[in-house]
Write a protein that binds this ligand. Structure first.
Ligand code: FES
Length: 122
């Protein structure tokens, strides 16, 4: 699928959208350029990400990227999820134009923050 098709697919049919009843870790990140926000919540058991949800108010790219990121992360050991590089997400998205990198990477920043916090934030 092309970049446009991947973005449209995840934007129209978001995966793992919503909230967890009792997240083990959560974080919100805002794009300083536009003020859009993405929240990531994690259910962690035995150092593995069992559940992940996202919510946000943002552009199609940021929300599609969040949806795709949840698929990349689900079932991964925490250390492996923490090591997901910018390039890995961008390449899963099919390549992102330079001007939209901050949008595309917003969910990954939220994931890293959630993993670093290790506890629920409101
Ligand atoms: Fe705000 Fe993309 S324009 S996150």
């Amino acid at each position: 699928m092309s970049y446009e098709e991947i973005i449209l697919d995840h934007w129209r049919h978001p995966r793992n959208k919503g909230r967890l009843p009792h997240p083990d870790a959560a974080a919100v990140e805002a794009n300083p350029l536009c003020g859009d926000v993405v929240r990531i919540e994690l259910g962690i058991k035995d150092q593995t990400i069992q559940d992940i949800r996202f919510e946000g108010e943002g552009c199609a790219i940021s929300l599609a990227s969040a949806s795709l990121l949840t698929e990349l992360v689900q079932g991964k050991p925490v250390p492996e999820a923490a090591r997901i590089a910018d390039e890995e997400l961008l390449s899963a998205l099919g390549g992102v134009v330079r001007t939209r990198l901050t949008c595309a990477l917003l969910p990954l920043r939220a994931l890293r923050k959630a993993l670093a916090s290790g506890s629920s934030e409101t």
